[in-house]
Design a protein around this ligand. Structure first.
Ligand SMILES: Nc1nc2c(ncn2[C@@H]2O[C@H](COP(=O)(O)OP(=O)(O)O)[C@@H](O)[C@H]2O)c(=O)[nH]1
Ligand SMILES: [Mg+2]
Length: 257
């Protein structure tokens, strides 16, 4: 990893109450990045943790060049990902959950030369070829129920908006994250909704995905909030609260609906 040139890849890890699983994840990710021929940087964004996640990240960054730790005062995965995406300098900016439920080696499948002609590439546990390992049935069906609502209310075409592994080109990240507003779990739906409204090319990448216990999602409370957020996205759009992205855009096709 180098700091002077613009990195090819920024790997962005949002971390909340992750003091136990973060150190091993950082070791693995760092080792993987070093084994690649491209330049990269690693960003950890901690916010609102009640444990020593920030200290664990700082300790790692002190002894591993190319790692940056950012902090935000309020909790929220969406807020953390937004600050990471906007602080990143890479040509490609990849969100990676701290539990590494997708093997990190899969990252190359979201990048050129393996994948080309996209603005956003999202991991999918539903596309042909994807495999879910060890997921309890209740989690699976809650996820499928939410996806039905997402397709009905916000993004018709996508079978899995919630997987924690997504790759953005620098241009797409810099256009979409400044106008996206949700700070919590539904930020993925909002960003993908805006991506489709503004004509960005979204590709789904089928992945092997391993269920890891200890989710930070509080099933009842967060699911309810996510349901409300779907209506908020629609209402924000109707009220024209999302300004058009500034800067470079893809072949723009703005839908009025
Ligand atoms: N920085 C930050 N990260 C968060 C927050 N909430 C969740 N995360 C991170 O988001 C990722 C996904 O969380 P996880 O509990 O695995 O969710 P699940 O896999 O969707 O059930 C993990 O890296 C969490 O640490 C938050 O408030 N702030
Ligand atoms: Mg997880």
């Amino acid at each position: 990893m180098t700091s002077s040139e613009r990195p090819f890849l920024s790997l962005i890890i949002p971390a909340h109450n992750e003091e136990h699983r973060l150190p091993a994840t950082l070791e693995r990710v760092h080792k993987f990045l070093h084994s690649q021929s491209f330049a990269s940087e690693l960003l950890v964004i901690e916010n609102g943790s009640l444990d020593r996640t920030g200290e664990a990240a700082d300790r790692f960054a002190r002894s591993n060049a190319g790692t940056r730790v950012l902090r935000e005062p309020r909790a929220g995965k969406g807020l953390a990902v937004r600050s990471g995406m906007l602080a990143a300098r890479g040509e490609y900016r990849f969100i990676c959950d701290a539990d590494l439920s997708m093997p990190i080696e899969e990252v190359v499948r979201f990048l050129p030369p393996t994948l080309a002609d996209f603005d956003i590439a999202i991991a999918s546990r539903e596309s042909p070829g994807a495999v879910r390992y060890g997921e309890p049935a209740y989690r699976h069906w809650i996820g499928r129920g939410f996806n039905s609502l997402v397709r009905l209310l916000a993004v018709p075409g996508l079978q899995d908006t919630q997987c924690g592994f997504k790759c953005f080109t620098a241009a797409a990240a810099q256009a979409l994250f400044p106008i996206q507003q949700l700070d919590g779990w539904t930020f993925d739906v909002e960003v993908l909704f805006l991506a489709s409204k503004f004509g960005y090319r979204v590709r789904e990448v089928a992945i092997p995905w391993y269920y890891i216990r200890g989710s930070r999602v509080r099933l009842l409370r967060d699911s309810l909030q996510m349901f409300v957020d779907l209506f908020r996205i629609r209402s924000n759009w109707r009220r024209r609260l999302y300004s058009s992205p500034a800067g470079p855009q893809p072949s723009v096709r703005i839908s009025d609906e």
